[in-house]
Write a protein that binds this ligand. Structure first.
Ligand code: ADP
Ligand code: NA
Length: 329
């Protein structure tokens, strides 16, 4: 039997990188896998990065992340949707994997190196992050993990952790595979500083639930082809993040128009950015409308998450029993 697991951190507003890289895929795979699809708001991961963790905001961000996923079409009746900290087994399995994982394997992780570079004092939890992630996935013996490209190295490590455990204690875990969305491997941040990420703050992100005025303010000042200084200079869409967004949001004629007209300076960057707005509104409007509807009854959202946690625990508890017993506890 095949099972899906994926997690999303409540460290900021859900953005279009999360949407195209992960959230749309959750819905699609959920239709196929039903209760064998588990989606988790991984709040225990949030404090690993002091720059992204805000104790006072955590509960609200968890709720907003839930709301956004439900608004995108995740159905908590059909799949299992829950909050990580409500299922204690995640922490327990994480520890049992930590004691078996060589330090060197963790120090090699590029996401760790990137995040650690920006910190004066590095919490060991930042290094252990991928171990907790392995525990999240393997606690449900999941073999299929829909994620963005940034998580592929962590999935490799999860396979290694599963392999090592199986070798030492007997066949227990599957070796999970990442499922990528080809068209959204790595959505760039609107500030031009690499991958769009919640942990970089709102200057990097275009929020799934962000109002269109605010989205426009970010697009208006977003960097484009740096070689295109004057309106009459031809541009190169292949290195422009606005063109990346067109490929996600716009219809084919618009994408083609931008591709041609940018290269021959037929349109300017502002024209090109304006041409993006109808596509953004077409895709985000229905999601935002649905979120506004759901927000009228926050208790229902919370109740759905509690029920999801019970369903998750029903799968996790016997796996944890098995692991404890195999390890001699
Ligand atoms: P963030 O980096 O914004 O904090 P998470 O770590 O919570 O996002 O990741 C949630 C999911 O969204 C993961 O599957 C991740 O691979 C995906 N994802 C995050 N950022 C991007 C992006 N810029 N492009 C594509 N997928 C992304
Ligand atoms: Na991330």
């Amino acid at each position: 039997m095949s099972r899906v697991f994926s997690g999303i951190q409540p460290t900021g507003e859900p953005h279009i990188g999360n949407l195209f890289g992960a959230m749309f895929n959750y819905v699609k795979l959920g239709e196929q896998y039903g209760k064998n699809a588990l989606y988790c708001i991984v709040d225990l991961h949030a404090p690993t990065n002091p720059l992204a963790y805000d104790k006072a905001a955590l509960t609200q961000r968890t709720y907003e992340m839930a709301l956004a996923n439900l608004a995108v079409g995740l159905d908590p009746e059909k799949v299992i949707f829950f909050v990580q900290s409500q299922v204690r087994e995640h922490s327990e399995l994480s520890w049992l994997f930590t004691v078996q994982t060589p330090l060197g394997e963790l120090e090699r992780m590029t996401q760790y190196k990137d995040k650690a570079d920006k910190l004066e004092s590095i919490p060991s939890g930042l290094l252990m992050y991928p171990v907790l992630m392995a525990a999240d996935i393997l606690l449900y013996k999941a073999d299929t993990v829909p994620v963005g490209e940034d998580q592929v190295q962590h999935i490799e490590l999860t396979r290694e952790i599963a392999r090592r455990f199986n070798h030492t204690f007997g066949e227990t875990f599957p070796e999970p595979k990442a499922v990528l969305t080809k068209e959204a491997l790595r959505v760039p941040g609107v500030d031009g500083h690499g991958k769009m990420s919640k942990s970089k703050g709102p200057s990097s992100t275009i929020g799934v639930l962000e109002d269109f005025g605010s989205i426009w303010q970010k697009l208006r000042v977003a960097p484009t082809d740096p070689a295109r200084v004057r309106r009459t200079d031809p541009g190169n869409p292949d290195i422009c993040l606005i063109f990346d967004y067109h490929k996600l949001f716009s219809d084919l004629p618009t994408i083609e128009m931008v591709n041609v007209e940018c290269r021959r300076a037929g349109i300017g960057c502002i024209d090109c950015k304006k041409a993006l707005l109808p596509g953004i509104e077409r895709i985000l409007s229905p999601i935002q409308d649905r979120a506004a509807e759901l927000a009228k009854d926050p208790d229902r959202v919370r109740a759905a998450l509690h029920s999801g946690a019970e369903q998750a625990r029903a799968i996790a508890a016997p796996v944890m029993e098995e692991v404890r017993s195999k390890m001699g506890f």
